[in-house]
Design a binder for this molecule. Structure first.
Ligand SMILES: Nc1ncnc2c1ncn2[C@@H]1O[C@H](COP(=O)(O)OP(=O)(O)OP(=O)(O)O)[C@@H](O)[C@H]1O
Ligand SMILES: [Mg+2]
Length: 274
Protein backbone atom coordinates (compact mmCIF):
# COMPACT_ATOMS: atom_id res chain seq x y z
CA UNK A 1 0.00 0.00 0.00
CA UNK A 2 1.42 3.44 -0.81
CA UNK A 3 2.54 5.40 2.25
CA UNK A 4 0.24 8.38 2.63
CA UNK A 5 1.46 9.45 6.09
CA UNK A 6 3.62 12.52 6.54
CA UNK A 7 3.15 13.35 2.88
CA UNK A 8 4.12 16.89 2.38
CA UNK A 9 1.95 19.14 0.27
CA UNK A 10 4.58 21.87 0.75
CA UNK A 11 7.18 19.79 -1.10
CA UNK A 12 8.70 20.65 -3.51
CA UNK A 13 8.50 24.13 -1.98
CA UNK A 14 7.21 27.12 -3.89
CA UNK A 15 10.15 29.22 -2.78
CA UNK A 16 13.61 27.96 -2.14
CA UNK A 17 16.74 30.04 -2.01
CA UNK A 18 19.56 28.94 -4.27
CA UNK A 19 21.79 26.02 -3.26
CA UNK A 20 24.07 24.74 -6.00
CA UNK A 21 24.82 21.11 -6.95
CA UNK A 22 28.25 21.08 -5.32
CA UNK A 23 26.94 22.52 -2.05
CA UNK A 24 24.25 19.83 -2.04
CA UNK A 25 26.75 17.09 -2.86
CA UNK A 26 28.96 18.12 0.07
CA UNK A 27 25.98 18.66 2.38
CA UNK A 28 25.95 17.20 5.90
CA UNK A 29 22.28 16.31 5.31
CA UNK A 30 23.03 12.66 4.55
CA UNK A 31 25.06 12.23 7.76
CA UNK A 32 22.22 13.79 9.76
CA UNK A 33 19.58 11.65 8.06
CA UNK A 34 21.60 8.52 8.83
CA UNK A 35 21.98 9.59 12.46
CA UNK A 36 18.24 10.19 12.82
CA UNK A 37 17.28 6.93 11.09
CA UNK A 38 19.68 4.97 13.32
CA UNK A 39 19.18 6.69 16.68
CA UNK A 40 15.80 8.42 16.87
CA UNK A 41 12.42 6.94 17.68
CA UNK A 42 8.83 8.11 17.32
CA UNK A 43 7.72 9.42 20.68
CA UNK A 44 3.99 8.99 20.40
CA UNK A 45 1.41 6.93 18.56
CA UNK A 46 0.37 8.68 15.35
CA UNK A 47 -0.93 7.74 11.90
CA UNK A 48 2.75 7.48 10.94
CA UNK A 49 3.43 4.71 13.45
CA UNK A 50 3.70 3.75 17.10
CA UNK A 51 5.69 5.22 19.95
CA UNK A 52 9.04 3.46 20.22
CA UNK A 53 9.33 2.60 16.53
CA UNK A 54 12.29 4.13 14.70
CA UNK A 55 11.75 7.30 12.71
CA UNK A 56 12.04 6.50 9.03
CA UNK A 57 12.76 9.73 7.22
CA UNK A 58 10.76 10.43 4.07
CA UNK A 59 12.58 11.46 0.89
CA UNK A 60 11.36 15.06 1.22
CA UNK A 61 12.79 15.21 4.75
CA UNK A 62 16.18 14.05 3.44
CA UNK A 63 15.99 16.62 0.68
CA UNK A 64 15.17 19.28 3.25
CA UNK A 65 18.17 18.27 5.41
CA UNK A 66 20.42 18.37 2.35
CA UNK A 67 19.37 21.93 1.64
CA UNK A 68 19.59 23.21 5.20
CA UNK A 69 23.00 21.66 5.83
CA UNK A 70 24.57 22.47 2.46
CA UNK A 71 28.35 22.94 2.67
CA UNK A 72 30.29 25.77 1.00
CA UNK A 73 33.53 25.50 -0.98
CA UNK A 74 35.58 26.20 2.16
CA UNK A 75 34.01 23.19 3.90
CA UNK A 76 31.82 25.18 6.31
CA UNK A 77 28.04 25.21 6.51
CA UNK A 78 26.53 27.58 3.96
CA UNK A 79 23.59 28.76 6.04
CA UNK A 80 23.58 30.65 9.32
CA UNK A 81 19.84 31.17 9.29
CA UNK A 82 17.33 28.73 7.83
CA UNK A 83 13.65 29.60 7.79
CA UNK A 84 11.40 26.66 7.01
CA UNK A 85 7.74 27.45 6.41
CA UNK A 86 5.54 24.39 6.15
CA UNK A 87 2.01 23.15 6.72
CA UNK A 88 0.98 21.62 10.03
CA UNK A 89 1.50 18.05 11.13
CA UNK A 90 4.18 16.78 8.84
CA UNK A 91 6.82 16.01 11.40
CA UNK A 92 8.69 19.32 11.61
CA UNK A 93 9.10 19.18 15.39
CA UNK A 94 10.17 15.51 15.45
CA UNK A 95 12.71 16.18 12.71
CA UNK A 96 13.99 19.15 14.74
CA UNK A 97 14.49 16.92 17.80
CA UNK A 98 16.65 14.64 15.65
CA UNK A 99 18.66 17.58 14.29
CA UNK A 100 19.24 18.88 17.84
CA UNK A 101 20.49 15.47 18.95
CA UNK A 102 22.84 15.23 16.01
CA UNK A 103 24.26 18.62 17.02
CA UNK A 104 24.58 17.51 20.63
CA UNK A 105 26.23 14.14 19.99
CA UNK A 106 28.15 14.73 16.78
CA UNK A 107 28.76 18.48 16.85
CA UNK A 108 32.07 20.07 17.84
CA UNK A 109 33.24 19.88 21.45
CA UNK A 110 31.63 22.56 23.58
CA UNK A 111 28.53 22.75 21.39
CA UNK A 112 25.59 24.75 22.73
CA UNK A 113 22.23 23.77 21.34
CA UNK A 114 19.05 25.64 22.23
CA UNK A 115 15.41 24.80 21.70
CA UNK A 116 13.37 27.93 21.96
CA UNK A 117 9.90 29.21 21.25
CA UNK A 118 7.37 31.77 22.43
CA UNK A 119 6.70 30.01 25.71
CA UNK A 120 8.27 27.20 27.66
CA UNK A 121 5.58 24.61 26.87
CA UNK A 122 6.08 25.22 23.17
CA UNK A 123 9.86 25.13 23.45
CA UNK A 124 9.66 21.90 25.42
CA UNK A 125 7.91 19.97 22.63
CA UNK A 126 11.12 19.53 20.63
CA UNK A 127 13.30 19.27 23.75
CA UNK A 128 11.19 16.67 25.58
CA UNK A 129 10.90 14.52 22.47
CA UNK A 130 14.68 14.64 22.16
CA UNK A 131 14.94 13.53 25.81
CA UNK A 132 12.67 10.55 25.13
CA UNK A 133 14.76 9.66 22.08
CA UNK A 134 17.91 9.61 24.22
CA UNK A 135 16.26 7.54 26.95
CA UNK A 136 15.21 4.95 24.37
CA UNK A 137 18.68 4.54 22.89
CA UNK A 138 21.39 2.95 25.11
CA UNK A 139 24.14 4.28 22.86
CA UNK A 140 23.02 7.85 23.60
CA UNK A 141 21.91 7.44 27.21
CA UNK A 142 25.36 6.17 28.18
CA UNK A 143 26.94 9.56 27.38
CA UNK A 144 24.22 11.93 28.55
CA UNK A 145 23.32 13.57 31.85
CA UNK A 146 19.65 14.49 31.66
CA UNK A 147 18.16 17.32 33.72
CA UNK A 148 14.74 18.98 33.57
CA UNK A 149 15.76 21.79 31.19
CA UNK A 150 19.19 20.66 29.99
CA UNK A 151 21.06 17.66 28.64
CA UNK A 152 24.83 17.55 29.07
CA UNK A 153 27.46 15.40 27.44
CA UNK A 154 30.31 15.58 29.97
CA UNK A 155 32.86 13.88 27.67
CA UNK A 156 32.58 16.65 25.05
CA UNK A 157 31.38 19.50 27.23
CA UNK A 158 28.37 19.99 24.97
CA UNK A 159 24.96 20.99 26.21
CA UNK A 160 21.39 21.20 24.93
CA UNK A 161 19.05 23.59 26.75
CA UNK A 162 15.45 24.67 26.47
CA UNK A 163 14.59 28.37 26.54
CA UNK A 164 11.49 30.47 26.14
CA UNK A 165 11.04 34.07 25.06
CA UNK A 166 9.79 34.84 28.59
CA UNK A 167 12.83 33.50 30.37
CA UNK A 168 16.36 33.46 29.05
CA UNK A 169 19.65 34.99 29.98
CA UNK A 170 20.91 37.43 27.43
CA UNK A 171 24.52 37.10 28.44
CA UNK A 172 26.85 34.24 27.99
CA UNK A 173 25.02 32.32 25.27
CA UNK A 174 27.21 31.13 22.44
CA UNK A 175 24.95 28.86 20.41
CA UNK A 176 26.20 26.46 17.76
CA UNK A 177 22.65 25.38 16.87
CA UNK A 178 19.32 27.00 17.64
CA UNK A 179 15.97 25.38 16.93
CA UNK A 180 13.25 28.00 17.04
CA UNK A 181 9.87 26.29 16.76
CA UNK A 182 6.64 28.11 15.78
CA UNK A 183 8.48 31.35 14.97
CA UNK A 184 5.19 33.10 14.12
CA UNK A 185 4.13 32.89 17.79
CA UNK A 186 7.11 34.89 19.15
CA UNK A 187 5.76 38.00 20.90
CA UNK A 188 8.67 40.14 19.63
CA UNK A 189 12.05 39.76 17.96
CA UNK A 190 14.23 39.95 21.07
CA UNK A 191 14.91 36.24 21.49
CA UNK A 192 15.76 35.89 17.81
CA UNK A 193 18.15 38.86 17.94
CA UNK A 194 19.88 37.62 21.10
CA UNK A 195 20.43 34.18 19.63
CA UNK A 196 21.80 35.57 16.38
CA UNK A 197 24.14 37.89 18.23
CA UNK A 198 25.32 35.04 20.47
CA UNK A 199 26.17 32.90 17.43
CA UNK A 200 28.68 35.52 16.26
CA UNK A 201 31.72 33.88 17.83
CA UNK A 202 31.04 30.44 16.32
CA UNK A 203 32.62 29.16 13.13
CA UNK A 204 29.56 27.56 11.58
CA UNK A 205 26.48 28.20 13.69
CA UNK A 206 22.93 27.62 12.49
CA UNK A 207 19.63 29.09 13.57
CA UNK A 208 16.82 26.92 12.26
CA UNK A 209 13.44 28.64 12.53
CA UNK A 210 10.21 26.82 11.80
CA UNK A 211 6.92 28.50 11.05
CA UNK A 212 3.49 27.64 9.69
CA UNK A 213 2.46 31.22 8.89
CA UNK A 214 3.79 34.73 8.53
CA UNK A 215 1.80 36.72 11.11
CA UNK A 216 2.15 40.41 10.24
CA UNK A 217 2.50 42.26 13.55
CA UNK A 218 3.87 41.31 16.92
CA UNK A 219 2.77 42.50 20.37
CA UNK A 220 4.80 45.70 19.97
CA UNK A 221 2.87 46.62 16.81
CA UNK A 222 5.99 46.19 14.66
CA UNK A 223 6.18 43.76 11.76
CA UNK A 224 6.66 40.35 13.41
CA UNK A 225 9.97 38.57 13.09
CA UNK A 226 8.27 35.78 11.11
CA UNK A 227 6.78 38.28 8.67
CA UNK A 228 10.02 40.25 8.32
CA UNK A 229 12.04 37.11 7.64
CA UNK A 230 9.36 35.80 5.31
CA UNK A 231 9.61 38.97 3.22
CA UNK A 232 13.39 38.97 3.40
CA UNK A 233 13.48 35.30 2.33
CA UNK A 234 11.28 36.00 -0.67
CA UNK A 235 13.67 38.74 -1.78
CA UNK A 236 16.64 36.39 -1.42
CA UNK A 237 14.76 33.64 -3.32
CA UNK A 238 13.94 36.12 -6.12
CA UNK A 239 17.60 37.20 -6.06
CA UNK A 240 16.67 40.80 -5.29
CA UNK A 241 18.93 40.57 -2.22
CA UNK A 242 22.15 38.55 -2.17
CA UNK A 243 22.56 36.66 1.07
CA UNK A 244 24.09 33.21 0.65
CA UNK A 245 23.87 32.47 4.36
CA UNK A 246 20.06 32.66 4.42
CA UNK A 247 17.91 29.68 3.50
CA UNK A 248 14.24 30.30 2.93
CA UNK A 249 11.89 27.57 2.10
CA UNK A 250 8.18 28.12 1.84
CA UNK A 251 5.13 26.42 0.39
CA UNK A 252 2.04 27.70 -1.36
CA UNK A 253 -0.11 27.35 1.79
CA UNK A 254 2.17 29.83 3.54
CA UNK A 255 1.39 32.54 1.02
CA UNK A 256 -2.34 31.92 1.37
CA UNK A 257 -2.22 31.85 5.20
CA UNK A 258 -0.11 34.98 5.28
CA UNK A 259 -2.39 36.90 2.90
CA UNK A 260 -5.44 35.86 4.95
CA UNK A 261 -3.76 36.88 8.22
CA UNK A 262 -2.60 40.22 6.80
CA UNK A 263 -6.13 41.00 5.49
CA UNK A 264 -7.70 40.01 8.84
CA UNK A 265 -5.10 42.07 10.72
CA UNK A 266 -5.78 45.15 8.57
CA UNK A 267 -9.56 44.71 8.94
CA UNK A 268 -9.12 44.56 12.72
CA UNK A 269 -7.07 47.76 12.73
CA UNK A 270 -9.72 49.45 10.55
CA UNK A 271 -12.48 48.36 12.94
CA UNK A 272 -10.52 49.61 15.94
CA UNK A 273 -9.75 53.04 14.50
CA UNK A 274 -13.24 53.71 13.10
N1 LIG B 1 9.70 10.32 9.36
C1 LIG B 1 9.16 10.98 10.39
N2 LIG B 1 9.52 12.25 10.62
C2 LIG B 1 8.97 12.97 11.62
N3 LIG B 1 8.04 12.50 12.45
C3 LIG B 1 7.66 11.22 12.29
C4 LIG B 1 8.20 10.44 11.24
N4 LIG B 1 7.60 9.26 11.30
C5 LIG B 1 6.73 9.33 12.31
N5 LIG B 1 6.78 10.50 12.93
C6 LIG B 1 5.93 10.90 14.08
O1 LIG B 1 4.95 11.82 13.58
C7 LIG B 1 4.69 12.83 14.53
C8 LIG B 1 4.91 14.15 13.82
O2 LIG B 1 4.45 15.20 14.58
P1 LIG B 1 5.19 16.59 14.80
O3 LIG B 1 4.60 17.16 16.03
O4 LIG B 1 6.65 16.45 14.71
O5 LIG B 1 4.68 17.42 13.50
P2 LIG B 1 4.68 18.99 13.29
O6 LIG B 1 4.82 19.22 11.83
O7 LIG B 1 5.68 19.64 14.19
O8 LIG B 1 3.23 19.38 13.75
P3 LIG B 1 2.68 20.86 14.13
O9 LIG B 1 2.56 21.61 12.83
O10 LIG B 1 1.35 20.60 14.77
O11 LIG B 1 3.66 21.50 15.07
C9 LIG B 1 5.69 12.65 15.68
O12 LIG B 1 5.02 12.08 16.78
C10 LIG B 1 6.70 11.65 15.15
O13 LIG B 1 7.18 10.76 16.16
MG1 LIG C 1 5.50 21.19 15.63
Amino acid sequence: MPDKTLKNKSWPPRWLTDVNEKELKNSKGLEIAQFIDAMCIQTKDTVAGHAGQPIVLRDWQKDLLNHIFAVRNDGLLKHRTALVGMARKNGKSALSSGIALWGLFLGENGSEIYSCAADKDQAKIVFNDAKKMIEAEPEMVEYAKIYRDAIEIPSTNSVYRVLSSEAYTKEGLSPTLVIMDELHALPNRELFDVMQLGMGARREPLLLAITTAGVKSDTTGQDSIAYSLYQYGQKVARQEIKDDSFLWLGGKHLLIRTIVLVILGNLLILLLVT
